[in-house]
Structures are given as structure tokens and as C-alpha cells.
Design a protein around this ligand. Sequence first.
Ligand code: GUN
Length: 297
Amino acid sequence: MTATVIDGKAFAAKLRAKVAAEVEALGASHGVIPGLAVVLVGEDPASQVYVRNKNRQTREAGMGSFEHKLDASTPEAELLALIDRLNHDPHVHGILVQLPLPGHIDADRVIDAIDPAKDVDGFHVINVGRLGAGLPALTPCTPLGCLMLLRDHLGSLSGKNAVVLGRSNIVGKPMAQLLLKDSCTVTIAHSRTRDLPEVCRGADILVAAVGRPEMVQGDWVKPGATVIDVGINRVTGPDGSGRLVGDVAYESCAAVAGAITPVPGGVGPMTIACLLANTLTACRRSLGLDPVEGLTP
Ligand code: GUN
């Protein structure tokens, strides 16, 4: 079998266009422009690239984009004071503090300071708890993007065996909650799981989010399974050239799977598209409006 390639780049472009149309409609009906504030502390090169892309795509969707770049030595109290200002700024409907933060800043304290109604990353314990309780919540962007790709490809996920490889707060845990909400039988596997290949072979849906280059091999995949690769790892070849690979060994898994996301061009572009969707959702909720159909889990 040769797997269908799930084109996240194309799906994300359609999603951004849908958000942009809804932003325009909201401006016409309510005179409000959704605004996203992104806070970057320090000069981490990967974070700088993400933040640049976020700002560009936010503006392209017709939203307000507010960029706050702080020096790596910024005291925690100064960052908390900025978050307090953004919490009270009526032009700001979403706040994202780029992670990782420098070591002297307590990331949990920073996330806790964000107004849960503006927490477009879905990292605040209020949103984590609401997601777990099956209540409307702002949902972490990467797992939301994976869910959208899975629903688009498979339709109903009900009754499927889903294995989530990785237990991070950003991807693994919220991904498991979303799959459970869609009536999958969910296993969260991780570095201490016994006989990981055998556990993965039981999956109709396999989501890999471990941050280990090409860890998932073809013989870990059930024939016909849908494989979602969240990993973005830069590896250096024997000739010194760099390339991006996922957490999945693409060639060997694509030979067995029914469908698979490539790296790049799979899950990656969905994250920012879902961030824009969450910002629109937060803005609409602030006006007492329901989220747009298809933009929330
Ligand atoms: N760093 C890597 N991924 C993310 C993300 O989804 N949100 C934030 N805030 N920081 C990140």
C-alpha cells in the first residue's frame, strides 16, 4: 500500500481564508477587529522565525497584530506587568507568550497570569480543565490542527483505536483529550511505555509527538492506519547539509499506512492557522457570539 499524503499546507491555506472571511464579516457587522498580541522574550532563532510568520499571517487574515519583543534579561515582574496590560487592552483578544522562556522566568506563573478568555494557546489551567471536562475551551493549536486533519480525512473518528506518542502539555495530553471527545479509544504512550512498537501497531490513528527524529518505523504501523507526524526536527546529513524530518520515518511508514502527513507541509502550517481561528473565537466570545462552525473542536 502507498499512503495518501494529507496536505496540511493546502488545508491550512483554506482555513486561513475562512478565518479571513469571518474577520471581514465581523468587522462589517460589529465594527470589531480581532487582535492578537505575541510576546517574545530573548533571541531564540526558531522562536524568531515562528513569531515573524505569526505576525505576517495575522495581518494577512485582516486581524490586528501586536508584537512585543523583550530582551532576554527582562525580569519576570516586567513580563507579568505587560501581560496585565494586554489582559485589559480592548484591542487585544488573544495573547500568546512564545515558549520556551529564559530560565529565570517561571513559565507556569506567566501562563497563569494570562486572562483565560484571551489564552489562545489553550495552556491556562482553566482551559486545560474545561477541555478535560468537555466544556467549551480555547484549545491548544497544534492538537486542534491534527484533529481537523483527521476529521477531514476520516470523517467520524468514533470507535477508532488512537495512540498518541508523547505526553507534553502542548501536544500529547490535549491531543488525547480531543480524540477521547471524538469517541476514540485512546492510549497515551511515552518513553517509558513497554513494547512501544507493539502498542503503536494497535493504532488506527497514530499521532507522533515525541521530538525524536524518525523514531516511528514502518513496522510500528498497522496496515491502513492514519499517521499524523507532529515532529519538526532539524538533522544534519553526512555531507553536513541540514534537512527537516518528523518523528516518523516517512518512507517506511508511507509504505504501510493508509494516510500520512509529510514534514514539512503536514501539521506544521496548521498550528498558526488554528491560532488565528482561536483568536477569532476569543474575539467572538468577548462579544457574546458563538464560535464559527468548524473552527472549534
Ligand atoms: N513554542 C513552540 N510551540 C509553541 C506554541 O504552540 N505556543 C507557544 N506559546 N510557544 C510555543
